[in-house]
Design a binder for this molecule. Sequence first.
Ligand code: URA
Ligand code: URA
Length: 268
Amino acid sequence: MIAAMTHPALDFVIAALEKIRESNNRLPRVSMRALAQLQAEHPARASLREAGTSLTERRLHPSLEKAELLEPIRQRVCACTKCAHLACSRTQTVFGVGNPDADLMFIGEAPGVDEDQQGEPFVGRAGQLLTRILKAMNFAREEVYIANILKCRPDTPPGSFGNRAPTPTEMQTCRPYLVEQIDVIQPRVLVALGAVAVEGLLGMRGTMRELRGRWHAYNGIPLMITYHPAYLLRNQAPSEKRKVWEDMLQVLERLERPITERQRNYFL
Ligand code: URA
Ligand code: URA
């Protein structure tokens, strides 16, 4: 839409932005993407930069800005019907939860039955284990950001139990929302929980044995891959818990968080 804008239309937009700025005594909000696009296409329009908000200015109130930037994405997710079958079967969409200015962001697979009911990711059994892992890392749930590849619960046949994994098509369809969330939050470290989350994020299939425990990258952001907490619930061997914990110790080191001797020796 912006690309097709004629210059008189652009003048009209600038005038409207200036009016908002004057009447509210604050800068109007535009998405980073729209602003960058406008500036790239009309570099000579200095007034555009003044009328809008610059990337430097948004650093003054980063979490407020980020919360405001996430809101329109949330609203689009809420109204999304791209996967008609999921839009029909869901109780509600599950956008994401936590600190919009988080240093650390976790990416799961898809809402399960509990998340679909409550509208929040990772609140069921696997989620409670994730919350305990966070506590052991000395993080409150509210300090980090948690989201899934899919914002809808994968539908299951009536009367069946449990959850199913998202399909590659469902993940491709929903992935752009997660990409936008990461673009806004810009965490210092990403953690992908399980092979399905990795496939959804990187489009790469692999076994956990070859993927976990080492640094990957998504869009320049360091990405740690570890087991999904649901795997730890199925496989209670201390050796598996220890692997996840070692991955989380690497995350703490990367974030330059202090690590106690007790934390080093944990098995969860
Ligand atoms: N498993 C996930 O991958 N995500 C959730 O939100 C809950 C369980
Ligand atoms: N299952 C686990 O894997 N860890 C716990 O702390 C509790 C249950």
